[in-house]
Ligand binder design. Structure first.
Ligand code: IMP
Ligand code: MG
Length: 191
């Protein structure tokens, strides 16, 4: 893989190359297409901003009629650590009542964001709530991901407990446009 962007200089190690992400997204799309082939309406909801590239690639790999929207959740805190409180700060335009919802998120870390958003979709009357995350930092989990009955969980890759950026993931809003996921050089965020 050729590294040719200015932000590449801040990456200590590439964990998931653009090619490996592309092939995993194709696999996830095929799995999801099979699982949601029951003819019931599907709404795919990306969690802004981090999921925007994953969402764009994933929906094109899913061959089921769908609606697509985004939602924004903020946790109080910034930098590399999020705090305990999560709130929906920008809601969807589409209705999810009576529909299958597939939440698409960049990374599952403590689990707080997705726990809040799954609850939000249940309250909105979704028929089922499933989750697709590109990365899972399983050892960091504080809140286990509990899905309502018939909800499914899809994971791109297990991620080591390191701060990663690229393919939508940021540090202070930077590095999102890198086409791979890499470890940020720690001297850039630790003080
Ligand atoms: P959770 O609520 O702790 O599961 O955190 C999920 C959110 O934290 C993600 O949507 C990311 O915005 C952010 N996050 C967690 N780990 C990383 C990382 O390694 N790089 C960039 N963002 C991260
Ligand atoms: Mg995020």
């Amino acid at each position: 893989m050729v590294l040719s962007k200015k932000e590449d200089a801040d990456i200590a190690e590439v964990l998931f190359s653009a090619e490996s992400i592309r092939s995993r997204v194709t696999e996830l799309g095929a799995l999801i297409s099979t699982d949601f082939s029951d003819g019931q309406p599907l709404t795919v909801v990306g969690v802004a901003t981090g999921a925007f590239i994953f969402l764009a690639d994933l929906v094109r790999a899913i061959d089921v009629p769908m609606e697509v929207d985004v939602i924004r959740a903020e946790s109080y805190g910034q930098g590399t650590e999020s705090s305990g409180q999560v709130r929906v700060s920008s809601n969807m335009k589409v209705q999810v009542e009576g529909r299958h919802v597939l939440l698409v998120e960049d990374i599952l870390d403590t689990g707080r964001t997705l726990a809040a958003l799954v609850g939000h979709m249940v309250v909105k009357g979704a028929n089922s709530v499933s989750v697709c995350v590109l990365l899972d930092k399983e050892e960091r989990r504080i809140i286990p991901l509990v899905l309502p009955p018939s909800g499914k969980q899809y994971t791109g890759f297990q991620c080591p407990d390191q701060f990663v950026v690229g393919y939508g993931l940021d540090f202070d809003e930077k590095y999102r446009s890198l086409s791979y996921v890499g470890v940020l050089r720690s001297e850039l965020y630790s003080s």
